[in-house]
Write a new protein. Structure first.
Length: 620
């Protein structure tokens, strides 16, 4: 295929928007639509390659796959290896664990599926490989699309295949619009809702327009206005990819159809260079952008971050992309890349499984090891009876705000049987607040509290009570979610819970943790700890007011039961409204503003156990 300067320029227009959006969303609120521009371009180019081969009856799927692998995998591998190395040196174990997961799913091009199960694109915070979702979606298209076309060609003519793609594109767009409002998170990430964009690019190849020069200019400028307009008039508040995605997608379609290879907009030397480096720029810019939030780097330095993204994109293109040409047989190329994928995937899986190699550091050297790390036996050997059938003194149930007491349990030497489920409240009829298209936690939530039924042990319930601002629970048909009124819904659920447990067990309710008003405090302290910086951080700060309100309700709700006691964790580190979130600026209380660090786990758990022991003595 003849080199198209206009398409290369389109790549630049796309990557510039994405980079600006990620570094400064307010400068280009719809810049994320640059990814949709990339999708259309990919569809056009891939359809051209496939149909040229099909029409000449010499299309090789192996050659196609090997070419795509050589184009995408080497640069992605370099990024993943770099993130793994730097993450080992400069991330907390908890965050490094996430790097392992994301490297494994990214290199196998399934990260789009994984992210769709977790949270929305605009809700995801410090995730260094989030941007690989688009590569995963494209690669899935590269795998499926040529296979389908080759199979279909056995039964129908090329002309009918073109009509089939046209119809499928229209149906795909309609389905995407409907799905966006039904399953907004899944629709953003997954191929079924994005495939039509790439097929529309294919239609630009299959049905090219023949235009006079004046018409070409008009069509090109119409396309540019649609794309640029979407960058500025669309924002993350709009459902995406809903019907509004037609603007950047159709704008890209028009520019491709205009075929203006000498346009001042897309063919100037600066745009051409950026277009050539666009894939590598896209790869490297996101980890740099995330680092600004992760380490609380001042926004005034973001121009350096943007420049570094372009520089790394330039180096990656010339040192990696441009060096990986098909110089051997397709099968050897595929085998080589599969070996790379398997190797990186294993490293990522091991990193995830070992909780980010948490055992490499002790609490004394790094207080940012997450309190819920499950490799704690390597630090304090033999004291834990978590999740065993052995003799134990306490049952601890809850959500991830229960799990982060693991460090404290082992350090203090408590004999605890532990059960926790992410996002679940330990009530008889509660359901998870996160409902994905592929997973629901309803059964887990409803069963979590059962660990304490008919049990004479001491039951400790520790969980995050504040999930949606000042709202806690809304119960409909005994299914409770996190919205509603404190005094009615929460008390009713606790009453049902206490009735289910009966008077045989001693029950302790651990209140809401004193979490800082904003995560900036912990981010600042974390940056100092990890990078050895000397940023001015407020080690003492106020906590969220909702914790006071929640704990007041919890204390009131438990006061009518002889076998139920309330423990207020706020008093462990706070005096009046001020809380100590670090010890000498080194031992930090939380790792992310929500979950306890190892140090915080030890401090709060000791406070909890001391209160329980005092209470048990009074009972005796």
């Amino acid at each position: 295929m003849q080199f198209r300067k206009d398409i290369n320029g389109l790549r630049a227009i796309a990557v510039i928007a994405v980079v600006l959006f990620h570094f400064n969303p307010s400068s280009m609120p719809g810049g994320f639509a640059g990814v949709d521009v990339f999708f259309v371009i990919s569809g056009f180019l891939m359809t051209g390659i496939i149909f040229k081969g099909i029409e000449k009856e010499n299309f090789s799927i192996l050659k196609f796959y090997s070419s795509r692998a050589n184009r995408i995998i080497p640069a992605l591998t370099a990024l993943c290896v770099t993130v793994l190395i730097l993450g080992y040196l400069f991330l907390t174990s908890w965050d490094y664990k996430t790097i392992g997961r994301d490297v494994a799913t990214s290199i196998f091009f399934v990260s789009s599926i994984m992210f769709s199960l977790r949270s929305g694109y605009f809700d995801t915070g410090e995730n260094f490989l989030l941007h690989t979702w688009s590569l995963s979606t494209e690669w899935q298209f590269y795998i499926i699309y040529p296979l389908l076309l080759v199979i279909i060609r056995r039964f129908i003519s090329v002309i009918k295949i073109k009509k089939t793609i046209l119809i499928a594109t229209i149906i795909g767009f309609i389905f995407s619009v409907i799905a966006t409002y039904q399953w907004p998170i899944e629709s953003y990430y997954l191929l079924p809702m994005r495939a039509w964009e790439m097929m529309l690019g294919g239609l630009a190849y299959l049905y090219p327009l023949t235009l006079a020069n004046k018409r070409k200019i008009l069509v090109e400028w119409s396309g540019i206005l649609l794309i640029i307009g979407s960058y500025f008039f669309i924002s993350k508040e709009n459902a995406w990819p809903g019907y509004l995605v037609i603007f950047p997608v159709f704008g890209t379609f028009l520019i491709i159809q205009a075929q203006r290879n000498n346009s001042i907009i897309t063919s100037n030397i600066i745009i051409q260079r950026i277009g050539t480096w666009s894939y590598s720029i896209y790869l490297w810019h996101w980890p740099i952008a995330v680092s600004f939030d992760y380490y609380t780097i001042d926004d005034k330095y973001k121009i350096i971050g943007i420049s570094a993204s372009v520089l790394l994109g330039f180096l990656s293109y010339h040192l990696i992309e441009n060096k990986t040409k098909n110089t051997t047989t397709p099968i050897k190329v595929i085998i080589k890349n599969i070996l790379i994928m398997v190797s990186l995937g294993l490293i990522g899986a091991i990193t995830f499984k070992t909780q980010g190699f948490a055992q490499r550091e002790s609490l004394e050297s790094n207080s940012l090891i997450q309190g819920g790390t499950m490799n704690d036996h390597l630090v304090h050997e033999g004291k834990s009876l978590l999740n065993t059938e052995d003799e134990y003194d306490y049952i601890l149930i809850g959500d991830s705000n229960s799990n982060h007491y693991v460090r404290g349990i082992i350090h203090e030497g408590s004999r605890v049987k532990h059960s926790w489920y992410a996002t679940c409240l330990s009530f008889p009829n509660s359901i998870s607040t996160r409902n994905g298209a592929y997973r629901t936690w309803k059964e887990d939530c409803s069963n979590n509290y059962k660990l304490g039924l008919n049990n004479k042990k001491t039951i400790i319930i520790a969980q995050s009570w504040d999930r949606e601002g000042d709202n806690i629970l809304e119960c409909k048909n005994k299914n409770c979610q996190l919205t509603g009124d404190y005094s009615i819904d929460l008390k009713n659920q606790l009453k049902e819970l206490f009735q289910a447990y009966g008077n045989k067990s001693q029950i302790y309710i651990v209140g809401e943790l004193p979490k800082p008003k904003t995560p900036d405090i912990m981010q600042c302290l974390k940056a100092n700890s990890l990078l050895g910086l000397k940023l001015k951080c407020n080690e003492k700060s106020e906590y969220k007011k909702s914790a006071l309100k929640i704990n007041t309700v919890l204390k009131d709700a438990t006061s009518g039961y002889d076998n139920v006691k309330f423990i207020d964790p706020v008093k462990a580190i706070c005096i009046n409204k001020l809380c100590n979130y670090s010890k000498d600026g080194k031992s930090l209380f939380m790792v992310d503003g929500d979950h306890l660090s190892g140090y915080g786990s030890e401090v709060i758990w000791k406070y909890i156990i001391d209160k329980i022991k005092i209470s048990n003595k009074k009972i005796d």
